[in-house]
Write a new protein. Structure first.
Length: 446
C-alpha cells in the first residue's frame, strides 16, 4: 500500500508541474504600454503620501513619541508583509487556475476554493465580503475628506470674519461641491482634479516641514509615553496613512516585470514608514498640542500659512472624486447587471440614485460625528485593519492549505490576534472619545 504522505506529495508535485507550465505574465495582453519598475514605485509613493500623514503628529501626542515610533515600525513591518502576501498569493492562484490576472476579490474567491473542504462553499461569499470592505474603506475616506475640508475652511473663515458657526454648517456648504465630484463618470475627467490635488498636497507637506524646522524646539521636553489605551487607535490611523492594498493588484496586472512587485512594495513601504514617522515626530516636537490635523497648527496670521491651509483643503476636496469613484465602479456594475432588461431611463435613474444616495450618506455621517480623529480611528478599526491584516492572512492560509507548515499557521494566528486586539481596543477607545466629546469634554481646541 502506498502511504498517504507519498500520495499527498505526488499531488503537490503534479500541481507544481501544472503551475510551472502556465505563465500568467506571458498570457497578459501586451497592446498597451507596460509599467516599468520605477513607474510602479512612483505610483505607490504618490498614492501613499496622502491625507493620513497630517493626522500623525496628533497621534504622536496621544501616545507619546516612543510608543508611536515602536508601534509605527511594527505596523509598517506587518503592512509590508501582508502586502507581499497578497501579491504572491494572487500570482500563485493565477498559475493554478490558469488565468492571466486576478483582482483582490477574485484572489479571495480563488483562495477559498483551494482551502479546506468546509470553507470552499463560502468562496463567493468571501469575494463579496472583500468587495464590501473595499467599498467601506473608500466611503470612510470620503467621510474624512468632507470633515477635513469643512473644518479647515472653518478655521480660516472664522479667523478673518470673527463669526463662529458649527462645523456642520460648513459641511452643508461644501455638499454641492462633493455632489458634483461624485457625479464625474470617468477617471479621464477626474485626472485634472487629481493632478492639481497632488500638487497642492505635496506643496502643503513641504511647507509644513518648513514650519517644523523653523526654530526646532528641544525634543527632551516631549513625553516618551503618554497613554497606552490610544495605541490601537494610533495603529489604525497609521494603517490609514499607509493603506495602498487596493492598488497593488491592479498595478501588478499592468507591470512589465510583475514578479518584481514584492521587492518594490518592500522598498516603498520602508520609505513611507520612515517619512510618516519623521513627519509625525517632527510635527509633534514643533506643536506638542497638535490639532487633529497638523496644518491647523500653522500660524493663522501668516500669509503663507493661510494659503497652505486653503490649498491643502482644496487638494483633499479634489481627491474626493477619485475616492468616491472606486466604490461606484464596484457597486454600479453589480446593480446594472440586475436591471439589464430595464430601459435606459431607468438605468440612469438608478445610477443617479446610487451616486446621490452615497454622497448624501457620507455627508450625513460626517454631520452626525464631526469628531475627525476618533471617527477615523473607529472606521479604520472596522475596515482598514481587516483590509491590511485579516484578509491577507485568510487568503494565504487558504491558498497554501495543502502545503501549509506549522510555522506559517502559527505566524498567521499571531497576526490574527494582533488584528483582533487592534480592532476591539481601537473601536473601544475611538467610541469612548466620541462619547466624551459629545458630552462636552474636548481633548483639543484648534
Amino acid at each position: 500500500m502506498i502511504p498517504m504522505k507519498s500520495s499527498a506529495e505526488g499531488i503537490q508535485a503534479e500541481q507544481q508541474i501544472q503551475e510551472d507550465e502556465y505563465d500568467p505574465f506571458a498570457a497578459r495582453p501586451s497592446d498597451f504600454p507596460l509599467t516599468s519598475d520605477f513607474a510602479a514605485f512612483m505610483h505607490l509613493l504618490k498614492c501613499a503620501i496622502g491625507t493620513g500623514i497630517f493626522f500623525l503628529p496628533h497621534a504622536f501626542r496621544r501616545t507619546g513619541y516612543v510608543s508611536s515610533i515602536v508601534s509605527g515600525i511594527a505596523v509598517g513591518a506587518l503592512s509590508t508583509h501582508t502586502a507581499v502576501i497578497i501579491v504572491r498569493c494572487s500570482q500563485m492562484l493565477c498559475r493554478r487556475n490558469r488565468v492571466p490576472t486576478l483582482d483582490l476579490a477574485e484572489t479571495a474567491q480563488f483562495s477559498f476554493q483551494r482551502g479546506p473542504e468546509r470553507i470552499r462553499k463560502y468562496s463567493k461569499l468571501f469575494s463579496v465580503v472583500t468587495n464590501v470592505i473595499i467599498i467601506f474603506v473608500q466611503f470612510q475616506a470620503c467621510v474624512i475628506y468632507i470633515l477635513y475640508v469643512a473644518t479647515s475652511f472653518q478655521q480660516v473663515i472664522e479667523f478673518f470674519s470673527g463669526v463662529t458657526m458649527n462645523s456642520r454648517i460648513y459641511i452643508l456648504i461644501f455638499f454641492p461641491c462633493t455632489v458634483i465630484l461624485a457625479f464625474v463618470p470617468s477617471l479621464k475627467y477626474l485626472a485634472p482634479f487629481s493632478i492639481i490635488g497632488s500638487i497642492f498636497l505635496f506643496v502643503g507637506i513641504f511647507v509644513a516641514f518648513y514650519y517644523f524646522f523653523d526654530e526646532i524646539p528641544d525634543p527632551g521636553r516631549l513625553d516618551a509615553v503618554t497613554q497606552i489605551l490610544p495605541v490601537p487607535m494610533y495603529c489604525t490611523i497609521f494603517m490609514f496613512a499607509l493603506h495602498n492594498m487596493t492598488l497593488y493588484l491592479p498595478l501588478e496586472n499592468t507591470m512589465k516585470y510583475p514578479h518584481h512587485l514584492p521587492r518594490i512594495i518592500v522598498a516603498n513601504l520602508l520609505l513611507n514608514t520612515f517619512i510618516y514617522l519623521t513627519f509625525g515626530f517632527i510635527g509633534y516636537n514643533k506643536y506638542p498640542l497638535a490639532c487633529d490635523t497638523i496644518i491647523k497648527n500653522l500660524p493663522l496670521e501668516e500669509t503663507l500659512s493661510q494659503v497652505i491651509k486653503i490649498t491643502v483643503s482644496l487638494s483633499i476636496l479634489f481627491t474626493f472624486g477619485l475616492a468616491y469613484y472606486i466604490p461606484m465602479s464596484v457597486l454600479w456594475p453589480m446593480i446594472r447587471a440586475k436591471i439589464m432588461t430595464k430601459s435606459l431611463l431607468y438605468h440612469r435613474f438608478c445610477e443617479f440614485s446610487l451616486r446621490f444616495g452615497g454622497v448624501t450618506a457620507t455627508t450625513l455621517l460626517a454631520m452626525a460625528v464631526p469628531q475627525m480623529v476618533p471617527l477615523l480611528g473607529l472606521l479604520s478599526s472596522l475596515s482598514i485593519s481587516a483590509m491590511m491584516l485579516l484578509i491577507p492572512i485568510l487568503i494565504e492560509t487558504s491558498s497554501k492549505w495543502e502545503e501549509a507548515s506549522r510555522l506559517l499557521l502559527a505566524k498567521n494566528i499571531i497576526i490574527f490576534i494582533i488584528w483582533m486586539f487592534i480592532t476591539v481596543f481601537g473601536m473601544i477607545e475611538s467610541g469612548a472619545t466620541i462619547v466624551r466629546e459629545y458630552g462636552g469634554i474636548k481633548e483639543e481646541e484648534c
